[in-house]
Write a protein of this length. Structure first.
Length: 420
């Protein structure tokens, strides 16, 4: 007689191009702690190839991970090489799904959809045929700075998913209204902070008597940097304040921002750190920052904002619906209309000149953390999975099932390795 035994819920986190590594790592660790059997389908992160190992996780590229942390040229050659590797990895993982089938495939980002290539969606349809449920985290409703030209593709993608996760009620409402998605298929689960402050103030190359205003993130036009520079010009002279803009982006846009700083005559009080920042550098910057600023034109979810929340910073942001779900003007942040450079300058000036107000807002920002703990986020995510699967508590697997044994033998979890 073959006895049935309970087994853990199995999830494959799907980010094969490693587009959101730190989010994937935080979510995977939380899910493992909540008892989910997690595998991460991802190559290594080009700019931080040790990030998975450092977190006690082993990423699974499928088959090949040839380029992480390496320079293989630029432009077309690099994109073609990584595309070829990605195709091989998708094919390899498709074969392995037959023997190592998860209950849930949790999709984070699909790079090829925007390019009109169907390889990832073919893979997901194949996984559904095998019996996997598909969950998609809607980090952005549509790719930013692309207007409406991808709407039809993403509408089709969202309709293919068994479940969708949004990080705010505003994102859910837009998703259901603009893409005709049944609200019952959508879970609203917050985005957690990604980094913790670890360094002392003297370690970041900033004078300790300056009020440091920090903008940090991947630099894109929709994030309002030109608007911020206009406001900083109106703020001058403010001799004890420095604006630090840190992050990487497209070279042409970065050059445009450099030229704008020079044209406005504010180079003496603006520091441009246009490069990838490792975790130590990020921690240093957030440890010295007195104010974090988010002058975005539009946003669905901002990991950068949540980094400031996790570090307990005084925040100035644009008055956008996604921000208003966490921030209240005058209570835990200062909010200004996008495009009103004078209002942004005035809000920054208030905080620069009033340390007590900065401290009060920062303390109330820290109070938001209880809503954003990754263990709570992981529990909500697991509940979303279980809702899609039915009453998973009554499901079981045969003790001698070959696929179950292979899956359990192959995975590597944080808990198994004793890193938590």
């Amino acid at each position: 007689m073959r006895l049935a035994v309970e087994r853990p819920l199995r999830a494959l986190i799907f980010d094969p191009w490693c587009l959101v590594p730190y989010y994937t790592i935080a979510l995977a660790r939380g899910l493992i702690e909540s008892g989910v059997d997690v595998r991460v389908f991802s190559i290594g992160y080009d700019l931080d190839p040790e990030c998975f190992r450092r977190a006690g996780l082993r990423n699974d590229p499928g088959l090949l991970d040839l380029f992480s942390g390496k320079r293989i040229g630029a432009g077309f050659l690099r994109r073609a090489a990584k595309l070829a590797q990605g195709v091989v990895n998708l094919a390899a993982m498709a074969v392995r799904l037959v023997f190592q089938r998860p209950d849930i495939i949790h999709v984070q980002q699909l790079r090829l959809v925007q390019a009109g290539l169907p390889l990832e969606t073919w893979f997901l349809e194949y996984a559904r045929i095998l019996g996997c449920k598909l969950v998609y985290t809607v980090h952005n409703l549509l790719p930013h700075d692309t207007q409406e030209r991808h709407r039809a593709r993403y509408a089709k993608l969202y309709r293919r998913m068994d479940g969708l996760i949004c990080h705010s009620n505003h994102a859910r409402d837009r998703l259901t209204a603009e893409f005709d998605i049944d609200p019952a298929r959508v879970c609203v689960i917050p985005h957690g902070p990604l980094f913790e402050a670890l360094a002392e103030r003297h370690g970041a190359g900033v004078a300790v008597n300056e009020c440091v205003v920090l903008w940090q993130g991947f630099i894109r036009p929709y994030k309002g940097l030109e608007f911020l520079l206009e406001a900083w010009k109106k703020l001058q002279p403010e001799p004890a304040a420095r604006l630090v803009i840190a992050g990487s982006g497209e070279p042409e846009y970065l050059e445009r921002l450099r030229e704008r700083v020079e044209a406005l005559g504010i180079a003496g009080s603006v520091e441009l750190r246009f490069r990838f920042l490792n975790l130590a550098e990020m921690a240093q910057l957030y440890s010295v920052a007195d104010i974090a600023v988010y002058p975005y034109r539009e946003i669905t979810t901002s990991g950068a904002l949540l980094t400031a929340v996790g570090n307990g910073k005084a925040i100035v942001a644009t008055d956008l619906p996604a921000f208003r779900e966490l921030l209240r003007d005058g209570e835990n942040a200062l909010l200004v209309p996008y495009g009103d450079a004078q209002a942004l300058a005035d809000a920054l000036r208030r905080l620069i000149r009033d340390p007590a107000l900065r401290a009060r807002l920062a303390s109330r920002t820290l109070d938001l953390n209880y809503k954003l703990l990754w263990r709570e986020i992981a529990e909500e995510t697991r509940a979303c999975y279980e809702r899609l699967l039915g009453d998973f508590g009554e499901r079981s697997a045969l003790a001698d099932g070959g696929a179950d044994r292979v899956y359990a033998q192959e995975r590597t979890s944080v808990r198994d390795r004793g890193d938590l």
